[in-house]
Design a protein around this ligand. Structure first.
Ligand SMILES: NC(=O)c1ccc[n+]([C@@H]2O[C@H](COP(=O)([O-])OP(=O)(O)OC[C@H]3O[C@@H](n4cnc5c(N)ncnc54)[C@H](OP(=O)(O)O)[C@@H]3O)[C@@H](O)[C@H]2O)c1
Length: 322
């Protein structure tokens, strides 16, 4: 089975492919935030659609989008083109979208989901995530409503938002629901009241941000973890890039793989779903390649410190022994 086909079971009897294509393209999304309407810039819109088509042709069966990425229309066009070609059936493709922060009010949840479905041109989502636990006030036309340059937070409790999301499952509009960017105590609180347990927590994860305790907590409570930004979202001229890390490059060279392949495999071997984004055909294909060496022990030795400041349990133990 190739990396793009491997799946992991969810707590509701369904399953999710361990590899998906991310579709957040900053320039494209930011342009929409600024303009405030879904008016596509032709070139980038076309690039996103083409990237999804390339991924589907390379065997990906999972695409991650969100209303705030303004990529739902492009994802939908690409997926539907391959469904029409009968490359696969709707059941064989997994589509995730996300509820944006301005729609946390329970009354706004269903309309927001319907809008995503309409953008995608699909009748249901495989997974709908609450994009973040923090709601913003719903100010018409504003995705980041501000006053005096401060975001206008809403006072809606994410538990109430969740209850509205549960109804989407009852109605068949979404197969699974989950959360994103939730910390452990937020997940715990949600689990204590949820009628439908979250299937997924999608959080930023990579070797520089391992979040080991959070991953352990979610996995031991039946919640699959998805790593967003799995490659650390490399930016040109940014010094600390995981893809340029000498340890990772050394592991990659030793095993005849690329740094990206090593980083993705590292997560997948821990049963973490990865959703790398690329608009580059060769990278989309490269990121889906299978058969990498077992890396768990290598990473445990070489990444005792989460470089964003948190210490791993191993490092803490070492210090305590001194
Ligand atoms: N839930 C959330 O709050 C949240 C937040 C952030 C992201 N996400 C999701 O996670 C996805 C991935 O995160 P991301 O897009 O921020 O970052 P990422 O996947 O860590 O990195 C994407 C960048 O890596 C480059 N890249 C991809 N494969 C590569 C390879 N094999 N070698 C070298 N460079 C490579 C891409 O360049 P090219 O495109 O030029 O090839 C792109 O610039 C997003 O697209 C989105 O779907 C979710």
């Amino acid at each position: 089975m190739s990396a793009s086909e491997a799946k992991i079971p969810l707590n509701n009897g369904l399953s999710i492919p361990l590899l998906g294509l991310g579709t957040f393209v900053e320039g494209h999304a930011v342009r929409h935030f600024n303009i405030g309407v879904h008016m596509s810039e032709p070139s980038q819109s076309e690039q996103i659609k083409t990237a999804v088509e390339i991924a589907l042709d390379a065997g990906y069966r999972h695409v991650d989008t969100a209303s705030i990425y303004f990529s739902e229309k492009e994802v939908g066009m690409a997926v539907r083109s391959r469904l029409e070609r009968e490359d696969f059936t709707r059941k064989e493709i997994f589509i995730t979208s996300k509820l944006w922060n301005t729609f946390h009010d329970p009354a706004d949840v269903r309309p927001a989901c319907l809008e995503s479905l309409s953008n995608l041109g699909l009748s249901y989502l495989d997974l709908y995530l609450m994009h973040t636990p923090m709601g913003f006030q719903n100010v018409p036309g504003e995705l980041f409503p501000r006053k005096n340059n401060m975001i206008l937070a809403s006072n809606v409790d994410y538990i109430d938002t969740w209850k509205a999301m549960e109804k989407l499952v009852d109605e068949g509009l979404v197969k699974s629901i989950g959360v994103s960017n939730f910390n452990r105590s937020q997940v715990e609180r949600l689990l204590s009241v949820a009628r439908i347990k979250p299937a997924i927590n999608q959080v930023e994860l990579h070797p520089y941000l391992a979040q080991q305790e959070m991953v352990k907590y979610c996995q031991s409570n039946g919640i699959v973890v998805t790593a967003h930004t799995p490659l650390g979202s490399p930016q040109p001229n940014f010094e600390e890039q995981i893809l340029l890390d000498p340890v990772i490059i050394a592991i990659a060279e030793k095993n005849g793989k690329t740094a990206a392949q090593i980083i993705l495999r590292y997560q997948v071997q821990k049963n973490i779903v990865v959703i790398p984004k690329s608009l580059t055909a060769s990278r989309i294909v490269q990121n889906s390649k299978k058969r990498h060496p077992s890396l768990l022990s290598i990473f445990r030795i070489t990444f005792p410190i989460n470089r964003h400041g948190c210490e791993s349990p191993q490092l803490r133990q070492k210090k305590e022994r001194r």
